[in-house]
Ligand binder design. Structure first.
Ligand code: DX5
Ligand code: ZN
Length: 231
């Protein structure tokens, strides 16, 4: 089966003074999803944006032909539940959270899905993935952190590749048993020159912040990434 790769630019590295334009530019440049990094200065040592900003951007997350571009909300917050619900209301399509930030992971997954969104679990570089075994039937997306969360522009931690390989095996087994696919996304330090190795480890969805927004021509970067993935 041919994999469908997705590129999810993180607007954490966009120009905050003109987020609507940045969103439209990066969508025109070929973004598949918009990655929305929510930081609370508690779970991570940084503060970004909340549900009101998501709501304001929702109308900009459309392609020229009118199709909706999924907003992929990555919650780096503790506690999780109230904000997850607020983001569902604000137009998020996928909502991922760190299991160590939720007192009741199964309950949090249930409420995200009940709110009509796809649900994801995020694993930090030093965090085990054991919890996935017990909730995999409720998970639509697994997000592997290849940096410690909190900041854009950090270097890729190579140990993440081993975790991606392990998750790929679990997800493939789950698909064989149930017919249900789970997205495997990687976040942090992804550039044109390492995206291929992340795909080879088994990832199908790639977050890139500084690699895209740090360059003047977003399309050139996204095209170069796709060329690496196709190679
Ligand atoms: C880190 C965020 C990432 C980050 C990615 O806490 O979750 O999404 O913005 O940025 P780059 O691609 O610059 O590492
Ligand atoms: Zn992120």
């Amino acid at each position: 089966m041919d994999k469908i790769f997705r590129i999810a630019p993180s607007i954490l590295s966009a120009d905050f003074a003109q987020l609507g334009n940045e969103l439209r530019d990066v969508i025109q440049a070929g973004a598949d999803w918009i990655h929305f990094d929510v930081m609370d200065n508690h779970y991570v040592p940084n503060l970004s944006f909340g549900p009101m900003v998501c709501q304001a951007l929702r109308k900009h997350a459309v392609r020229a032909d009118g199709t909706r571009v999924p907003i992929d909300v990555h919650l780096m917050v503790q506690p999780v539940d109230a904000l997850a619900q607020a983001f569902a209301q604000a137009g998020a399509d996928l909502i991922s959270f760190h299991p160590d930030a939720s007192a009741h992971v199964d309950r949090t997954l249930q409420l995200i899905k009940a709110a009509g969104c796809q649900a994801g679990l995020v694993f930090n570089p030093a965090e085990p993935i054991d919890v996935l075994e017990w909730v995999i039937d409720k998970v639509d997306l697994v997000l592997v952190m290849s940096v410690n969360p909190g900041f854009g522009g950090q270097s890729f931690i190579p140990g993440a590749l081993r975790k991606v390989e392990k998750l790929r095996r679990l997800i493939d087994t789950h698909r064989q048993q149930t017919g249900r696919d789970i997205r495997l996304e990687v976040d942090g330090g992804i550039k044109t020159d390492n995206i291929r190795s992340v795909a080879d480890a088994g990832a199908d969805t790639f977050v890139a912040g500084s690699a895209i927004f740090g360059q003047p021509d977003y399309r050139a970067v996204i095209d170069a990434m796709r060329a690496e993935l196709a190679a």
